[in-house]
Design a protein around this ligand. Structure first.
Ligand code: ADP
Ligand code: ADP
Ligand code: MG
Length: 454
C-alpha cells in the first residue's frame, strides 16, 4: 500500500525536498501556501496548490482548519509536516487522525512524550540512557532551583520544557543570577511557548553536540543511521555547519551512542524518523539532551553517507511498510558536510533580512547537493526563518569534503540581499574547524575574536 496523494504542510526548501521524494515514489502532491508564497518554488513544482491564508505563519502554515480542509477537498490521504510549524504539534496529528488523514510522523503519544523536554529526560533516564545531572522534572519553586543548582554546582543551564530551535535556554553562573534568571525564563517561556515550566541541567562547558538519526517502522523495528556532529553553533544555539560522521567518534562509540538512541526511541513506542540529541564530553561520555520527533534540517548529511532517502523512508513507514533493512545492513561511506546559507547580515549583528534576490547562481559538480527554494528574482518574504539554502557536499574524506564545500561557497552567488556566505567561509578556513578542534564554544569564541556580534 502506498499513498496516491500527499499534502505538504510546510514551505521553503523542505517543501521542495518532500515534493521531490513524492515524485520519485509516483505520489501526487498538494502544496499549501500563504499569500506571500504564491510565487514560490514548491507551488511551482507541486501538482496542485491551495492558498491557506495570509503571510504570517500563524494565519497560514499554522492554520490547522484550513490545512486539514485543503487535504480533505483535494483528496490527500496523508500530510507531511516537514520541520518547524506543525511538525511537533500533537494536537495537529490528532486532528489529522480524526479526519482520516495519515500524519507522516510518529504516534501522537510519542510526540507528547518527547515534546515535553523535562518528561523526555525522565523517560530516557528510566530507559537506562544517561542524562546530565539536573532537576527531576520541572522546577516547582525558587528554593528547589537553588537546591538543585547547589547540588550540581554552577554553571547550570535553565531550559524551557516546551522550548526548541535554541530558544528558551539560559546559562547561569551563580546563585544571585539564578533567582533573577528563573523568573525571566519562566515568563519568557510562558510568552513564547504558552508553558512557563523550566528545568535545570548542569552546564557542560566544553561539549560537542552529537545527534543520532533513527528510523522506526510501525511494526516494532528500529535502527539508527549513525550520528551527525552539530557543534558549530551560534551563541544562540543555532546550528550553522553540520557533518556526518563525527570525526570524533570511533566506530565502537558510534554503535554505542546509536544503541542508546534506539533505546530512548523504543521507550516511547516511536515510529517514523526521529533524532536523539546528545551532549558529548571531552572524555567521551554522552548524555541524552532531547529528542526531535520530526525530520531534521540537517538530515541530508546522513543521507549522503548512508545512501538512504530519509523522506522517502518516512512516507513508506507511514504507509505501513516494514523497514527494508536491519541494523547490520546499515553502512557508512565517506564524509558529508552541510552549510546553512541564511539571509543574515553579519555587519548588522546577523539581523535577518528579506527582499528581492536579483541574481542567484547555485554551485554544483561532483558530490554537491543544494536544497533550496531560491532562484534569480525570487522575492523572499519577511515572515519566516532566514534560511536561503543548504549546501551539502560529500567526499571520501573530511579534508576533501571541506575543500569541496569551500569551492562551493566561492561559486555561490546571491545578489540583492546580505547573506552569511562570507561568514561560512571564515568558519571553513579556521584551523580549529579544519582540525576538528571544536566544541559548542568554538563559534562564539571565533566571532568574539573577530569582533562580530550576533
Ligand atoms: P534541527 O533541529 O532540525 O537542526 P533547528 O533546531 O535548527 O533544526 O531548527 C528547528 C526550527 O527552527 C526549524 O523549524 C527552523 O525553521 C527554525 N530555524 C532554523 N534555523 C533558524 C534560524 N536561523 N532562525 C530562526 N529559526 C530557525
Ligand atoms: P532545543 O530544543 O532548543 O534544540 P536543546 O536541549 O537541544 O534545545 O539544546 C540546544 C543547544 O543548547 C545544544 O545544542 C547545546 O549547544 C546547548 N546545550 C543544551 N544543554 C546543554 C548543557 N547541559 N550544557 C551545555 N550546553 C547545552
Ligand atoms: Mg535541540
Amino acid at each position: 500500500m502506498s499513498f496516491r496523494k500527499i499534502l505538504v504542510a510546510n514551505r521553503g526548501e523542505i517543501a521542495v525536498r518532500i515534493i521531490r521524494a513524492c515524485k520519485e515514489l509516483g505520489i501526487a502532491t498538494v502544496q499549501v501556501y500563504s499569500q506571500a508564497d504564491a510565487d514560490s518554488l514548491p507551488v511551482m513544482l507541486a501538482d496542485e496548490s491551495v492558498c491557506v491564508g495570509p503571510g504570517a505563519g500563524k494565519d497560514s502554515y499554522l492554520n490547522v482548519p484550513n490545512i486539514v480542509s485543503a487535504a480533505l477537498i483535494t483528496g490527500a490521504e496523508a500530510i507531511h509536516p516537514g520541520y518547524g510549524f506543525l511538525s511537533e504539534t500533537a494536537s495537529f496529528a490528532e486532528v489529522c487522525a480524526s479526519a482520516g488523514i495519515k500524519f507522516i510522523g510518529p504516534p501522537v503519544s510519542a510526540i507528547e512524550a518527547m515534546g515535553d523536554k523535562a518528561t523526555a529526560r525522565e523517560t530516557a533516564k528510566r530507559a537506562g540512557v544517561p542524562t546530565v545531572p539536573g532537576s527531576e522534572g520541572i522546577i516547582a519553586s525558587e528554593a528547589e532551583a537553588i537546591k538543585v543548582a547547589a547540588g550540581i554546582s554552577y554553571p547550570v543551564i535553565l531550559k524551557a520544557t516546551a522550548g526548541g530551535g535554541g530558544r528558551g535556554i539560559r546559562v547561569v553562573f551563580s546563585e544571585d543570577e539564578l533567582i533573577a534568571a528563573l523568573k525571566v525564563s519562566q515568563s519568557e517561556a510562558a510568552a513564547a511557548f504558552g508553558n512557563a515550566d523550566v528545568y535545570i541541567e548542569k552546564y557542560i562547558t566544553s561539549m560537542r553536540h552529537i545527534e543520532v538519526q533513527i528510523l522506526a517502522d510501525e511494526h516494532g523495528h528500529c535502527v539508527h543511521l549513525g550520528e551527525r556532529e552539530c557543534s558549530v553553533q551560534t551563541v544562540r544555539h543555532q546550528k550553522v555547519v553540520e557533518e556526518a560522521p563525527s570525526a570524533t567518534l570511533s566506530h565502537e562509540q558510534r554503535l554505542a551512542i546509536g544503541a542508546a538512541a534506539v533505546k530512548a526511541a523504543q521507550a516511547v513506542g516511536y515510529a517514523n524518523a526521529g533524532t536523539v540529541e546528545f551532549i558529548w564530553t571531552p572524555s567521551g561520555e554522552f548524555y541524552f539532551m532531547e529528542m526531535n520527533t520530526r525530520i531534521q534540517v540537517e538530515h541530508p548529511v546522513t543521507e549522503a553517507v548512508t545512501g538512504i532517502d530519509l523522506v522517502q523512508a518516512q512516507i513508506k513507514i507511514a504507509a505501513g511498510e516494514t523497514l527494508p533493512f536491519t541494523q547490520e545492513d546499515i553502512r557508512w561511506h565517506g564524509h558529508s558536510i552541510e552549510c546553512r546559507v541564511t539571509a543574515q547580515d553579519p555587519s548588522r549583528g546577523f539581523a535577518p533580512g528579506a527582499g528581492r534576490l536579483t541574481n542567484v547562481r547555485v554551485p554544483g559538480g561532483l558530490g554537491v547537493r543544494v536544497d533550496t527554494q531560491i532562484y534569480s528574482n525570487y522575492l523572499m518574504p519577511p515572515f519566516y526563518d532566514s534560511n536561503l539554502a543548504k549546501v551539502i557536499v560529500w567526499a571520501e574524506t573530511r579534508a576533501e569534503a571541506i575543500a569541496r564545500m569551500r569551492r562551493c561557497l566561492d561559486e555561490f552567488l546571491i545578489e540583492g540581499i546580505p547573506t552569511n556566505i562570507a561568514f561560512l567561509k571564515t568558519i571553513l578556513d579556521d584551523p580549529r574547524y579544519r582540525g576538528n578542534d571544536v566544541s559548542t564554544a568554538f563559534l562564539p569564541t571565533m566571532m568574539e575574536e573577530l569582533g562580530m556580534t550576533g
